[in-house]
Write a protein that binds this ligand. Structure first.
Ligand code: MG
Length: 376
């Protein structure tokens, strides 16, 4: 039986992860849960799974929790959440944003498995996370559907031969505004942008999908996870979201992974790898689907993707600045303070002004993140 810490248990990935655990009660034990705030949902998760420890970022929430569950090891603040990284056999990291960096580092330093859904942590500090994972013999398993697809295609080929990989092809649904022009995008409201055509997700990632920054972050994430340079990572628009990504090999062969879009598949594989377990999820019937479509991305009307490629090729703290500036701009957009098209403009300004630090330390990354959040 594997012990499991779910950091970000009340978010959409966390809830799906608990669904996977419900399917395999006899093989997983939830030992720790963490969330941003105290909530009824968190309390009911604690009642259902009886973890040994729980953490919430807000201090008052932690007090409430301790009152309700006196026997529970309650931790608080960013440090409290981070302290649960590496606490169990598997850490499933699904907190939003760069707040995931410290728990990710603690998890890989423990030498245990990190199943990572927090793309901002990999984007900002991916090189450090992967280096620490290698040093400590920790496994880093992707939870993002695209990266899980790539992982599965590489595993199918035998992962020992990176020189055989010609390119990674990351698919994108194109978001709710595919085909629209910049002038139309200027008037998009937060509620329109939150309606994703395929995936039901948290607010931050839904906006990122609408701007295509999500795909940009995923390009950087893939580069970090698989040590593949940006020039060898392509983006392909695929509105049906059934082909989750592909790998092209040097002989021209392409391998793809397909399934109905359901996060629980990638989550379960990250928990059970190298095994595949049963799953009651609905099966893909290609005859019923009939037709799959593919298009090139639109860099003119969706400039965020190019900004991500730029940050990846600049290296240093540029990806951290890209991610932090984007998080800030998305918050401002959701509050109605800036327009949809101002999100990439804010990110670009921050990239222009970013310090050049070739081999950043963790402190450099944290400083760059802070810099990226100041008003432009
Ligand atoms: Mg994804």
């Amino acid at each position: 039986m594997a012990s499991l810490a779910i950091l970000g248990s009340t978010g959409s990935i966390g809830r799906s992860a608990l669904d996977v655990v419900r399917l395999h009660r006899e093989r997983f034990q939830i030992k720790a849960l963490a969330a941003g705030h105290f909530s009824d949902l968190l309390c009911s998760q604690i009642r259902e799974f009886s973890p040994a420890a729980a953490a919430v970022r807000d201090i008052d929430g932690a007090r409430e929790l301790k009152k309700l569950f006196p026997a529970l090891d309650v931790r608080s603040g960013d440090e409290g959440v981070a302290s649960l990284g590496g606490f169990c056999d598997i850490t499933l990291l699904a907190v939003v944003g760069v707040a995931g960096l410290m728990p990710a580092l603690n998890a890989v330093r423990s030498g245990k498995r990190l199943a990572i859904a927090t793309k901002e942590a990999l984007v900002a500090g991916g090189q450090i996370i992967m280096a620490e994972a290698q040093k400590n013999g920790a496994e880093v398993l992707p939870v993002d559907s695209e990266h899980s697809a790539i992982f599965q295609c590489l595993a199918a080929n035998g992962r020992k031969s990176p020189e055989e990989v010609a390119s990674l092809i990351i698919t994108a649904s194109g978001g709710p505004f595919r085909g629209r022009k910049l002038e139309e995008l200027e008037k998009i409201t937060p509620s329109e942008a939150l309606e994703h055509p395929v995936w039901k997700m948290g607010k931050k990632i839904s906006i990122d999908s609408a701007t295509m920054m999500n795909k940009g972050l995923e390009v950087i994430e893939a580069s970090r996870l698989y040590s593949i340079p940006g020039e060898k990572i392509k983006v392909l628009i695929h509105p049906q979201s059934l082909v989750h990504s592909l790998v092209e090999f040097r002989d021209g062969s392409q391998l793809a992974q397909l399934s109905l879009p359901d996060m629980r598949l990638a989550i379960q594989y990250a928990l059970t790898f190298p095994e595949r377990w049963n799953s009651p999820l609905e099966r893909l019937d290609l005859a019923e689907v009939g037709k799959l479509e593919f298009f090139p991305p639109d860099p003119v009307n969706f400039p965020s993707l190019a900004l991500a490629y730029r940050a990846l090729s600049e290296g240093g703290v540029a990806p951290a600045v890209l991610s932090g500036a984007n998080e800030t701009a998305v918050e401002q957009f959701l509050k109605g303070r800036i327009s949809f098209n101002q999100i990439p403009r804010f990110v670009e300004k921050k990239l222009d002004a970013a310090p050049r630090i070739p081999s950043p330390t963790l402190d450099d990354i944290i400083m760059a993140d802070r810099f990226s959040r100041e008003p432009a």
